[in-house]
Design a protein around this ligand. Structure first.
Ligand code: BJW
Ligand code: ZN
Length: 262
């Protein structure tokens, strides 16, 4: 493991670059930190969402059952916030890399759409961008699902009046909810299978901006490592992967990721 603070930084970047260039199959695992420089708040740590909001009041099915309007207000606020943000240099570098190399699987815990927007920006068209991913483990801030039937689809705009009346399903009229994975809920099975299959085959795993505290998603890195992948971790703060990283880069994703993937 190497510490990239100060003089070691350039060496760690160059080791990460070599390690990733050599690998035929790479799984990239991103968390809230990759979007921090775009202006999207992270969950834990200074300025994180869980400093001002309690997960049990907002990100559980029980919370939604108790007070759907409060939960919808929070999601409407976050949709609005993310819609105003733009992909940063890390999203763009990852998109360029995934589109230009076979064997890269991008897996994200994020519910924002900044990886997709970066891929569209780089690829120029939506179909090509789809190849860049990401595989989404925790759903999408911009999709809804019905609490009564199987409907899922792109979210229609939510403003104060829709929130007051609560969004409803276009198929059956049931109460709609954000299509994200809350605490205590199962992750989408086929998505998890695809992500973990890519991890089990990867020769390298690039982890960007996640504390690695939320399971089962966090196990992706341990799966890759157990199958022989070398692990590169980019994060300015401490993470659960610090002891297992082959290369540890302490720095913001917007600087480190483009440097590694250049
Ligand atoms: C930068 C940066 C910069 C800053 N550049 N970096 C095993 C052990 C213990 C508990 C469990 C377990 N298995 C399951 C559990 C329970 C629970 C869990 O994991 N709890 C732990 C927190 C203790 N897991 C679940 O409940 C999951 N479901 C489940 O287990 O179901 C079981 C089941 C089985 C059968 C039937 C039914 C159920 C579901 C978890 C869902 C998580 N959902 C959320 C919210 C999504 C919706 C939304 O956003 O509204 O997902 S919680 C939140 O955490 C969100 C994130 O995707 C996730 C991970 O957070 P992330 O990305 O790591 O963010 P942070 O803030 O933690 O870290 C940011 C990092 O960025 C930091 O390191 C910074 O330093 C860094 N950073 N600036 C780079 N510029
Ligand atoms: Zn319905």
């Amino acid at each position: 493991m190497s510490d990239a603070a100060g003089a070691g930084a350039a060496e760690a970047i160059s080791r990460a670059r070599e390690l990733l260039a050599r690998a035929l199959r790479v799984v990239v695992f991103t968390g809230a930190g990759v979007s921090a420089e775009s202006g999207v708040p992270t969950f834990r740590g200074a300025g994180g969402l869980w400093k001002s909001f309690k997960p049990e009041d907002l990100a559980t099915p029980e919370a939604f059952g108790r007070d759907p309007r409060l939960v919808w207000e929070w999601y409407a606020w976050r949709r609005d916030l993310v819609a105003r943000c733009r992909p940063n240099a890390a999203h763009l570098a990852l998109a360029r890399w995934a589109l230009s190399r076979p064997g890269v699987t991008l897996v994200s815990q994020n519910v924002d759409d900044l990886h997709e927007r970066a891929a569209r920006e780089v690829a120029g068209d939506a179909e090509a961008a789809r190849r860049a991913g990401p595989v989404r483990l925790h759903g999408s801030l911009f999709h809804d699902q019905c609490t009564r039937c199987a409907w899922r689809g792109p979210a229609r705009a939510v403003d104060a009046s829709t929130v007051a009346a609560l969004p409803h399903c276009p198929e059956c009229g049931g109460l709609a909810r954000p299509d994200v994975v809350w605490f205590g809920e199962m992750l989408p099975v086929r998505t998890v299978e695809a992500a973990f299959a890519a991890a089990a085959e990867a020769e390298a795993c690039l982890v960007v901006g996640t504390t690695g505290a939320v399971y089962p998603a966090a196990a992706l890195v341990h799966t890759a490592r157990a199958a022989g992948a070398r692990v590169v971790v980019v994060d300015p703060g401490p993470t659960e992967y610090d002891e297992v990283a082959d290369v540890r880069i302490y720095g913001p994703a917007g600087d480190a990721v483009p440097a590694i993937l250049a």
